[in-house]
Design a protein. Structure first.
Length: 259
C-alpha cells in the first residue's frame, strides 16, 4: 500500500497538477492539506473517476484537509480533539478498510508566525493537543499513520540554510521540542527511518528563486505508530514535480507499507 501526504496549496489552482501526479504515482491513499475549499465546493468527480473515495474537512479560502482512498473509509472524524472553540480545518481521521484496519490521521499544523505572539501560542497549544491525540491512539495498540504538513523543521539538516530559520516558528527550540516529544512517544519518522542524509526537502518558497537554488526545508512528515512502522517498506519524496507548471510550493512525501 502506498500512502502519500501532499500540501496542494489550493485544490482549484492545482487540480491539473494533482491529477497528473496521481496518474503517474498511483498512490492508494493521499492525505491532502491546504485544499482551501469548503466541502461542497471540492471537485470530487475527477477523483472518483480514478477510483478514489473522497473525504474532506474544508474551510473557505484557508486551511482545509482531505483524504483520497482507493479503499473504503469508515469512522471519519473531523477536527483535532481538545478545543471545541477551534474553528480552523486542520485535522481529519478515518479508518481504511482492507485485509487489516489502518487509522489515517491527516494534519495541517499551524505555521505559528510571527513568533512570539498569539499565532505561535496557538501552534504550541495545537501541538499539545496533537500529542494527547497520539497518546490516545497509541493506547489502542493498532497501526496508524499521522501525516501532513507539520510546519516543523526538526533539525538543522532539514534546511538548506538553517541559519535563516533560527528565529522562525518552524525551527524555534519550543517547536522542535514539541515535535521531539511527539516522536518520543514511540512514533517513527518514516523518512529518517529510511534516509539519514541531509539535503532532502519537501518545501521551496515561491520567492527569491528558492527552487532554482534548492533552498528548501523538510516540513512534511509521515509519523508511524509502532504497529505501522513494523510494516514500512519504503519512503520517498517526489521532488521533481516542484519544477512543473503551476506547482504547489510543497511536493508529496510517501510511504510504502506491507498492508
Amino acid at each position: 500500500m502506498k500512502i502519500a501526504s501532499f500540501n496542494i496549496n489550493g485544490i482549484k489552482a492545482r487540480l491539473p497538477a494533482l491529477l497528473d501526479w496521481l496518474d503517474e504515482a498511483q498512490p492508494d491513499i493521499v492525505l491532502m492539506q491546504e485544499i482551501k475549499s469548503v466541502d461542497e465546493g471540492f471537485p470530487q468527480e475527477p477523483f472518483e473517476e480514478r477510483g478514489y473515495h473522497v473525504e474532506t474537512h474544508g474551510q473557505k479560502s484557508f486551511n482545509g484537509v482531505g483524504i483520497l482512498s482507493k479503499l473504503p473509509l469508515e469512522d471519519v472524524t473531523r477536527g483535532l480533539p481538545g478545543d471545541d472553540t477551534d474553528e480552523q480545518a486542520r485535522w481529519i481521521e478515518a479508518t481504511v478498510v482492507g485485509d487489516s484496519a489502518l487509522r489515517l490521521c491527516g494534519l495541517y499544523l499551524p505555521n505559528g508566525n510571527p513568533a512570539p505572539g498569539p499565532k505561535y501560542d496557538y501552534k504550541l497549544a495545537w501541538m499539545t493537543r496533537l500529542e494527547a491525540r497520539a497518546r490516545d491512539l497509541l493506547a489502542q495498540e493498532e497501526p496508524f499513520v499521522m501525516a501532513g504538513d507539520y510546519n516543523i523543521i526538526p533539525q538543522d539538516e532539514d534546511a538548506k540554510r538553517p541559519e535563516v530559520w533560527q528565529t522562525d516558528a518552524l525551527a524555534l527550540p519550543q517547536s522542535r521540542a514539541a515535535f521531539r516529544r511527539l516522536v518520543n512517544l514511540g512514533l517513527t519518522d518514516a523518512f529518517r527511518a529510511t534516509n539519514q542524509a541531509a539535503g532532502h526537502y519537501t518545501f521551496w518558497d515561491y520567492q527569491a528563486g528558492a527552487w532554482n537554488r534548492d533552498d528548501g526545508i523538510r516540513i512534511d512528515h509521515v509519523l508511524l505508530s509502532p504497529q505501522a512502522a513494523d510494516r514500512l517498506t519504503g519512503c520517498g519524496i517526489d521532488k521533481e514535480i516542484r519544477d512543473r507548471e503551476k506547482p504547489s510550493d510543497h511536493v508529496p512525501i510517501w510511504v510504502e507499507m506491507d498492508i
